[in-house]
Write a protein that binds this ligand. Structure first.
Ligand code: ADP
Ligand code: MG
Length: 241
């Protein structure tokens, strides 16, 4: 579903942020990406839906090359759900309207159809009764669940998460992770930047460890937690576990 092949990216001529990154995510797979702050995790995940350009290598999503100038990027992005650390809901729109906007504007769904889908998804993330509220009236954990529901409303073929729980108060982390665990168990293809190793242990198929722009380790979950090959991954794990 996602093929990342020998990707190199520089933010400036003297600063290479990604070095020869190669990995893939197959349909239904959950891949957790971890590594120290500044190692290039967010940059890599943004390259997947072409929010960041890269200078060499290739990335394709479901067979469509994101770095091909002929690719219809808005169409591609509409199939790739993205959830960030900060929820980025539209503050002036009610929760239900947050879920309807892109369905109508991008997918051309009718208001009724978009609303029905939106309400189904709000029910799924346990927030149906908050449909008529504004984002600021919800807690951080609730807002992040809305952000996930909003991404799902587009019927994505893959979901990308960039530290979705790291801006939340500790007591709200599990309500968001629970939604993500359900999604993983339902077979969604997911690439998740997170340091929540409990989540990784529960549902990840593979764990990627990045350091200084390189994919240092890319291993099945049990191998990764059992015995990371590299010193850098071992040190990182000993600090966060
Ligand atoms: P991570 O998500 O692993 O913390 P990032 O991908 O955000 O890492 O950043 C990797 C490196 O690239 C960091 O050194 C960061 O400061 C730098 N960086 C990130 N975004 C930009 C940008 N838009 N321009 C220049 N440097 C950037
Ligand atoms: Mg980041």
């Amino acid at each position: 579903m996602i093929e990342i092949s020998h990707v190199n990216k520089w933010y400036s001529p003297t600063f290479q942020v990604l070095t020869d990154c190669t990995t893939s995510v197959t349909k239904g797979e959950v891949v957790v990406v971890c590594g120290p702050s500044g190692s290039g995790k967010s940059t890599l995940i943004k390259c997947v839906n072409a929010l960041e350009p890269f200078q060499s290598g290739d990335i394709s999503v479901d067979g469509t090359k994101v770095n091909d100038p002929k690719t219809n990027l808005p169409k591609l992005r509409s199939r790739v759900g993205m959830v960030f650390q900060h929820f980025e809901l539209f503050p002036h729109l009610k929760i239900i309207d947050n879920l309807c906007l892109a369905q109508q504007k991008v997918l051309g769904r009718s208001h009724d159809k978009a609303e029905t889908k939106g309400m189904q998804l709000l029910e799924r993330v346990g927030l149906k009764e908050h449909a008529q509220k504004f984002p600021a009236q919800l807690s951080g954990g609730q807002q992040q669940r809305v952000a996930i529901a909003r991404a799902l409303a587009m019927d994505p073929i893959v979901m990308l998460f960039d530290e979705p729980t790291s801006a939340l108060d500790p007591e709200m982390v599990s309500e968001v992770l629970d939604v993500m665990v359900d999604l993983a168990r339902e077979g969604m293809t997911m690439m998740v930047v997170t340091h929540e190793m409990g989540f990784a242990r529960k549902v990840a198929n593979r764990v990627i460890f990045m350091d200084r722009g390189e994919i240092v380790e890319d291993a099945p979950k049990d191998d990764f937690f059992g015995k990371p090959r590299s010193d850098r991954a071992q040190k990182f794990l000993s600090k966060i576990l």
